[in-house]
Design a protein around this ligand. Sequence first.
Ligand code: ADP
Ligand code: ZN
Length: 757
Amino acid sequence: MLNIKTDRNNIKMSKFSKYASVILDVSLDKTLDYGVPADLLNDVKRGKRVEVTVKGHSRSGTIFEIKDTPSFPNVLPISRVLSETEIITEDLFELALWISKYYCAPLSQVLKVMLPSSVRKDIKPKQQLFVMRAKTRDELLEICKEVRSKSPGQASVLDVMLKVRKGILLTELLEQTQGTRSPVDSLVKKGCLNIDIVRVDRSPISNEEYFRSKPKILNKEQQQAFEKILKSVEKNQFETHLLHGITGSGKTEIYLQAIEKGLELGKGAIILVPEISLTSQTIERFRSRFEEKIAVLHHRLSHGERFDEWNNIRKGHAKIVVGARSAIFSPVQNLGIIIVDEEHEHSYKQSEEGPCYHARDVAVMRGKMAHAAVILGSATPCLESYYNAKSGKYNLSHLHVRPEAISKPKVEIVDMKKEFEKAKGYTNFSQALLDGIHKRHKSGEQTILFLNRRGYHTTFFCQECRESIRCNHCDMALTYHLNQHSLSCHLCGYTLAPPPKECPKCKNPEPMKYRGVGTELLEKSLHAVLPDIRTLRIDADTTRHKGSHQKLLRDFGTGKADVLIGTQMIAKGLHFPEVTLVGVINCDTTLNIPDFRSSETAFQLITQVAGRAGRGALAGEVILQTCIPENSTIKHAANQDYLGFYEEEIETREMFKYPPFSNIVKITFSGKNEKQTLKSGESFRQQLLKELNKDYELNPVLPSGYAKIKDNYRFQLLIRGPQIYSINKAIQIVQQSLNISGGIRILIDINPTSTYF
Ligand code: ADP
Ligand code: ZN
C-alpha cells in the first residue's frame, strides 16, 4: 500500500522546479521523491521508467506522479530517464492502483506483475546488420576486379554482394565469405556498401501459413448472445456477459465474431485462456481467423520474444492478445473486448506470491475502466460468477445445443465398493470400464483415462508402524516413481533413491509396502489386463522437455495409441474426434479436501473431463468410478446438470456464509522456526481482532494444508466478513504497527481459491 508521509514544515527551498515521486522496483511500501533536472523537464511523465540513486546505489523505478513540492528536504535528482514513452499507460496505472488497494499489495509489487521483466529491464530487441550495395552492380564489378589480387577478402565480399538481390544480413554474408568483418567495413568506408540496422522479429508467430477460416453462421442462441455483446462493444459500454455453455456449444465462435466486429470498429481485444490450454489447437483457431494481428503470450517465450510481443501490442501492431493470466495487463490500444475463457479456472488466480490477483476479477475491473465488453465463458461457471449473473450484475446467455449436432455423452456412475467386493480386493478398473476400453480397442476408437495423481504409488509405508515416508523438507508423503525407482516429493522435488529397504523409524525388517495409485501404475496395470493395448501418458513426469506435451498430444491425435492416460493436464480444451470413452478412475480425491470449494472444483473437473468424450461424429460414453456414488455432486456431474448443482451449492454457501455471501481473506505466515511463525500469526490475529467489529469472523491460526514446504512452516489465518476494504484496512494497520521480522513471510490472499492449502 502506498503511504506517502508529508512533513511540509521540513521542506527547505530546493533547487528544482518539479519533483517526481518514484515507485522503486524493489518492494518498498512507499514512494521516494526526486528532483527533476531542468533538461529532463519535458521528458518526465507518470508511468515512465527512471534511474535514481538510493543510498549510493543506482536503482530503477517508475514515476508515480509529478509534483511541485517534495515530501522531504534535500532530494536527489533523477539520474536518467530510461524509457522513451510511459511504460505504464494511464489506464493501466489506474488499474494498478485498484489492484494495490483491493489485493492489499504494495504498488511496486503490482507494477512488477504488470510488466514483463524484459520490459522492466529494458532488454533491447535483437538487432541485426543488413548489408546493401551503395553503388551499381557494374561499378562494383569494376572495383571487384581491381581489388582481387591486393585484397582478396574484399573481393570475396563483393562476389557475394553482386549476387544478392537487395542485400544480405551481415551474419549470412560472413558465413558465405568465411572471413572476418574488416573487409566489409573497408568497403563501407570506401562507399561501396551500406550497413543498416534491422530489427529481427522474434515473434513466436511462425511463418507457417494458416488456412483462413470463415465465420460460421451463428445458430439462434449464439446469435442472441452475440447481439448482446455487440451492443456493448458498439456503444463503448462496460458490461459483463457470462456465456454458459458446455464444451462444443460454440462459445469460441462467438468470441471470434465479437473480436472481428471489434476490429472493424478499430478496437483491440484480450483473450485469456488457461495456460494449460494454450496449445497449438487453441492458438491455431484464433490465428486462422486473424492471422498477423495476434500476439500470443505464453510462459515458454524467451525474454526477447516477450519484449517484442509487448512492444508489438504497445505500438498497436498486434491488436489481439491471446495469453494466460498476466496477459490481462497487456497494453492493448483502444481495448474494446476482454474475454476470459474457462473463467472458473483456478489458474487465473495468482496464489504463490503477492499480489494474489484473480485475472477474471481484474478483467472485469479493466473492462469497467476501459468501457469495454467483458465476456466470461464456461461450461461450469464459478459460483460467484453465476450468482452475479442471476442477480443481474452480469448479462447471462445460455448455449444448450452443440452446433455440430453431437449428442451429449452418456454418463455412468460405477460403485467401486461393489467392484472391490467382486474382485476380492483392490482394483483400478471396474468391469464396465475394462469392457468399454476393450470394445473401443477392437473398433479402432480411443479412450481417455483420467487420474489426478502422477507417479506410481502415492505412498510408501511400514507394515509395522504404518508410518509413511515423508519428505525431509515438507509435510508431504513421498510418491514412488517406478521409472526412476525413487521416492519423490511433489512439493519440492526432493528425491530419495533407491527407496529404503526397511522402515527408517521403527527399523522393522519386513519390506515396506506401497499404497495408492498414480498414473504410472495405472498405465502398467492396464497393460497387465489388456496386453496389446497401446498407451500414452501425459503428466508432469512425461512432459518435462519443451515440446513433449505437444508431441504426445499429436501422437494420440494421429492414432498412435488406443488409450491416453493423464492428470488434469489432459482435462482441458482438447479435441480428439476418435475418443468415445472417458474413464475417471477416482473422482473422490478432490471431494475429500476440506475446503468450501471442494464440491465446486470436483464438479468442474468431472464435467470437463467428461467433455472430452464424443467430440466427433461418434457418440461418447463416460464412466465415473467412485466409492461414494450417493454423493450429490457426483450425481449432478453425472447428469451434467450445472443448474441443479448450482442451486444446491449456493444454498449451502448462503447458509454457511461463504462467498459470494461474504469475502474471505487468507493470511499465510511462513518461516523456518515453527514456534516463532505460529506466534507471529497469533499476535497478528490479536491485533486484527481489535481493528475489526463483530461482523468479521477470525478463525484461529492453524497449520496450512501443506504445513511445511521447503523447510518453511506454514500457518494460516482465515478472516471472513462482508467488506473487503474493511478487512484490508485493518490488515494494513496491523502490518504497520506490528514489526514482524525474523524471516517470517506474510502472504495476503484475498478470496483465495483454496482455504485449505
Ligand atoms: P466451445 O468454445 O463452446 O467449446 P466452439 O466454438 O469451439 O465451442 O464450437 C465447437 C465446434 O462447433 C467448432 O468446431 C466450431 O467451429 C463449430 N461451430 C461453432 N459454431 C458453429 C455454427 N454456428 N455453425 C457451425 N459450426 C459451428
Ligand atoms: Zn518436499
